[in-house]
Design a protein around this ligand. Structure first.
Ligand code: ZN
Length: 325
C-alpha cells in the first residue's frame, strides 16, 4: 500500500490528497505482476527439481524404465535356460561323442572362458541401469563363445565319425568264404602240424576247406595290391590293402576275379578256391596283417557270423589239427 500524500491548497485553505498520476499507477501494477511472475517461476523451478513431484512425461518415462528392467530380467532368465541347455549338450559332447570317437574332452575353462584384456563393456558404464545391461551383455557373449566352441566340436566329431565309418568298412571283418560253402571248418591260427613235413609249425592264417571253384569274397574295402603267383608257397594269391595298417591275403586260388590296383568293397567276389602253391587239398589260406604283422583273423569275423557260428568256428579253429597250409 503506497503512502497517501497531501498538500496544502492556499486557494481552498485546506489539505488535499495528492492523486498519483494514472501512468504511474500502471507502472506499479506492471512491476507487481512482473515480480509475481518471477517469484512463481522460481518456485516452479525449485518444485521441478525436487524428487517428490513428477511431470506426466517423467511419470511415463519412469514406467518405461521399469518395463525395461522387467524385460531385462525376463531375458536374463531365458539366457540362463539357454545356458543350461548348452551345458547339457556340452556334457554329452564331452562324455559321449568325444569319448566314443576318442577325442580329448574340451576343458570347462576353455568352453566357459570370458574375454580378458580391455574392458569390452566400458561404453555401457555410467548409467543407472549399467549393471544389468553389462551383466546381460556379458552373459550373451559367453553363450555366443560357448556355441562357437560347441559347433566346432561337432564339426570335428562329424569328421571323426566319417573316418570311423571308413575304418569300419575297411577292417577285414567278414569270413572270406560263405559258411554254407565250407566242407570242413577252418583250421585256425597257431601251432599246427605241417601237412608236408608233419613237424609242428606256426600256422599264421586260417584255412577254409571248400570245393575248387568256390567263390572267395573281399573281407573289407580296399585296393588289390597283388594278384599273382610270385610269392613262394602261396600259389595264385591276392593281397588287399585296406588302409589304416590292415591287409588281407588270400592264397592257393584257382582263378582271379580281380586285377592289381582294382578297388574292392567288402563282399566283392575276388577269386575262386583252388589248390595252387604249397597246398595239400583245395582250400583257402587266409591271413590278416596289421602294421605288417600277421594277426589271428578269427578276431574279426563279428561282421558275418552269429554268436553260435563264431563259437563253433572258435572251437574248430583252436583244435590242434593239421593245417592244409
Ligand atoms: Zn593255411
Amino acid at each position: 500500500m503506497s503512502k497517501v500524500k497531501y498538500y496544502y491548497d492556499p486557494d481552498t485553505l485546506s489539505y488535499r490528497k495528492i492523486e498519483p498520476k494514472k501512468s504511474k499507477r500502471y507502472r506499479n501494477l506492471f512491476f507487481f505482476l512482473l515480480g509475481s511472475a518471477l517469484f512463481g517461476f522460481l518456485g516452479l523451478i525449485i518444485l521441478l527439481n525436487t524428487s517428490w513431484v513428477n511431470t506426466p512425461k517423467e511419470l511415463s518415462l519412469d514406467r518405461e524404465v521399469r518395463n525395461y528392467e522387467l524385460q531385462f530380467e525376463i531375458l536374463s532368465k531365458k539366457m540362463e535356460q539357454m545356458e543350461q541347455v548348452l551345458a547339457n549338450i556340452e556334457e554329452r559332447d564331452n562324455n559321449i561323442y568325444r569319448l566314443y570317437f576318442e577325442a580329448n574332452p574340451i576343458p570347462e575353462e576353455q568352453r566357459r572362458a570370458g574375454f580378458g584384456g580391455v574392458n569390452r563393456y566400458k561404453s555401457l558404464e555410467g548409467f543407472n541401469n549399467s549393471e544389468i545391461i553389462i551383466n546381460a551383455t556379458q552373459q550373451l557373449d559367453i553363450i555366443q563363445k560357448q556355441m562357437v566352441i560347441q559347433s566346432k566340436s561337432l564339426d570335428e566329431i562329424a569328421k571323426l565319425a566319417e573316418e570311423k565309418e571308413k575304418l569300419l568298412a575297411a577292417i577285414p571283418a567278414i569270413q572270406p568264404v560263405r559258411n554254407e560253402d565250407l566242407t570242413r571248418m577252418a583250421s585256425g591260427y597257431g601251432w599246427r602240424s605241417d601237412p608236408f613235413t608233419k613237424a609242428r609249425k606256426m600256422h599264421r592264417g586260417m584255412d577254409f576247406t571248400a570245393p575248387r571253384g568256390t567263390p572267395i569274397y573281399a573281407t573289407g574295402d580296399g585296393v588289390v595290391v597283388r594278384a599273382d603267383n610270385r610269392s613262394s608257397g602261396y600259389g595264385k594269391h591276392i593281397r588287399i590293402d585296406h588302409g589304416y595298417g590292415y591287409m588281407s591275403l588270400y592264397a592257393h586260388l584257382s582263378k582271379y576275379n580281380v586285377t592289381k590296383k582294382q578297388k574292392v568293397k567288402r563282399g566283392d567276389l575276388i577269386g575262386f578256391i583252388g589248390n595252387t602253391g604249397r597246398s595239400q587239398a583245395p582250400h583257402l589260406h587266409y591271413e590278416v596283417f596289421k602294421d605288417k604283422e600277421r594277426i589271428n583273423p578269427i578276431n574279426f569275423y563279428y561282421g558275418s557270423l552269429t554268436a553260435e557260428e563264431f563259437e563253433n568256428m572258435l572251437k574248430f579253429a583252436t583244435q590242434e589239427n593239421q593245417s592244409l597250409d
